[in-house]
Design a protein around this ligand. Structure first.
Ligand SMILES: CC(C)(COP(=O)(O)OP(=O)(O)OC[C@H]1O[C@@H](n2cnc3c(N)ncnc32)[C@H](O)[C@@H]1OP(=O)(O)O)[C@@H](O)C(=O)NCCC(=O)NCCS
Length: 173
């Protein structure tokens, strides 16, 4: 079952978010060290602030009542960016990978966004070394449209590039 997360899910969200920063530090722009110090209220605010009409927020995929995968749909809140939605924080618990859950989740999110004519494309960024995520997005029809050199600086001082991927709901490309 996939549904919008609410503040009531903050405990599970905090747990899976911190887990993601531990299991896949290169996939995300934050660090376990910085977020593990933050109180539950921070994660509650994050969920609450992300939830916006018509369809924006954090979505969780649950098996029984356990949150095993999640991602965020965010809006391009400025006037000239209203036609773009952004996907962030795509994550599947390692115990549940390679079973099609990310495919299910991303397709669900694309279908959500597709309902709103105002939204014409989806954008996301991925670390250029993240082979599994790149394969996932390309399989689902996202197109690589740009490379951002030295976009990420790791705590050890090394740089990595990011790719921007776009999914057109209007056949722009
Ligand atoms: C990337 C990620 C979300 C994939 O989740 P998943 O549930 O295992 O993905 P799926 O089972 O739906 O796989 C769909 C496709 O993704 C690609 N893929 C997934 N895991 C892969 C791997 N380990 N190696 C190569 N390709 C992979 C394949 O194309 C796969 O299709 P296939 O099974 O027909 O080969 C998951 O590995 C993850 O959470 N990684 C860490 C966090 C992350 O990188 N998030 C993305 C940030 S931009």
């Amino acid at each position: 079952m996939i549904r919008l997360l609410t503040e009531k899910d903050a405990n599970q969200y905090q747990k899976i978010r911190l887990q993601s920063l531990k299991t896949d530090p290169e996939a995300f722009l934050s660090t376990f060290e910085s977020e593990s110090k933050l109180p539950l209220e921070y994660f509650q605010h994050k969920i609450r602030n992300a939830e916006k009409d018509p369809t924006f927020g954090y979505y969780g995929l649950f098996e029984s009542s356990r949150l095993i995968a999640y991602a965020q749909i965010s809006d391009g809140y400025l006037a000239k960016k209203k036609h773009v939605a952004y996907f962030y924080e795509v994550y599947v618990d390692p115990d549940f990978r390679k079973k099609g859950y990310a495919t299910q989740l991303i397709n669900f999110l694309i279908d959500k966004v597709r309902k709103y004519k105002e939204i014409e494309q989806i954008e996301l960024k991925v670390n250029s070394r993240n082979k599994s995520a790149i394969a996932l997005y390309e399989k689902l029809g996202f197109k690589r449209i740009a490379q951002l050199p030295h976009a990420v600086k790791e705590p050890d001082g090394t740089y990595q590039d990011e790719f921007i991927y776009s999914f057109s709901l209007k056949n722009f490309h």
